[in-house]
Design a protein around this ligand. Structure first.
Ligand SMILES: [Ca+2]
Length: 232
């Protein structure tokens, strides 16, 4: 191959490889400082639950945030609008909450069509409450879950209040899941695009080295590893 042509190719690949590699490292460094939070149940992880009353030790408030679907809080009596039962959760600090799920007990048929009427609130403190929504759990379906979404921006809160205002069942709830971006579980993850660019950079340097080697030996790039170029 013409020496000038080889020299030109080497210079071009050197320039291209260096440019790709520098760009790749810049993007990887940029994204390596970006954190991606995981959505977790901060009530189960960090919360403490308190209620105005509970039936037995095995139906205490903390069983509403223990992550188990077959345990829960049971007040031991009926509530009314004028005399509600309540359970509050203190998350320990402010969280930007994405959604809240309420899971009632899986009914076993003993109390078919019994009901629990509830209101859901959140608060920045344990005094002033902001209404989120209300519902009625009816003991007639295999699984009973109500979902409250704060998309797209989330809602900052430290406290959650589940209030029962009536119904034919004793006041109760199996699980209250409070989904938020967990700051402690954030992780640094390079994006696939930056890793792809890094690959291009390395590929460019690899091509440059192969051309430099070909310029010296004029041998085949596909020859088996370890084989010797004629005359070497
Ligand atoms: Ca539970």
């Amino acid at each position: 191959m013409n020496n000038k042509l080889i020299a030109g190719s080497v210079a071009g690949m050197l320039l291209l490889g260096t440019a790709c590699l520098m760009l790749s490292f810049f993007i990887v460094a940029l994204y390596s400082t970006t954190t991606y939070a995981l959505s977790v149940d901060v009530a189960e992880l960090y919360g403490t639950a308190t209620a105005n009353r509970y039936y037995k030790d095995y139906t205490a408030p903390d069983f509403a945030i223990d992550g188990q679907r077959d345990t829960g809080w049971i007040s031991g009596g009926h509530a009314s609008t004028n005399n509600p039962d309540w359970l509050t959760i203190d998350l320990g600090s402010l969280y930007l909450v994405n959604s809240i799920d309420l899971l009632w007990f899986e009914p076993n048929g003993r109390y078919a069509n019994y009901t629990v009427n509830y209101n859901l609130y959140y608060g920045l403190d344990n005094t002033d409450w902001v209404f989120v929504g209300s519902g009625i759990f009816v003991d007639e379906t295999p699984q009973i879950t109500d979902h409250f979404d704060f998309a797209p921006s989330g809602q900052s809160m430290r406290y959650v209040k589940y209030e029962v205002t009536g119904g034919s069942h004793w006041s109760s709830i199996a699980e209250i899941n409070v989904w938020a971006d967990d700051r402690s579980s954030s992780s640094s993850v390079p994006e696939p695009a930056s890793m792809l660019l890094l690959g291009f950079g390395l590929l460019g340097l690899g091509s440059m080295k192969r051309i430099k080697k070909r310029g010296k030996s004029s041998g085949s790039l596909l020859r088996p590893a370890g084989s010797k170029t004629k005359g070497s």
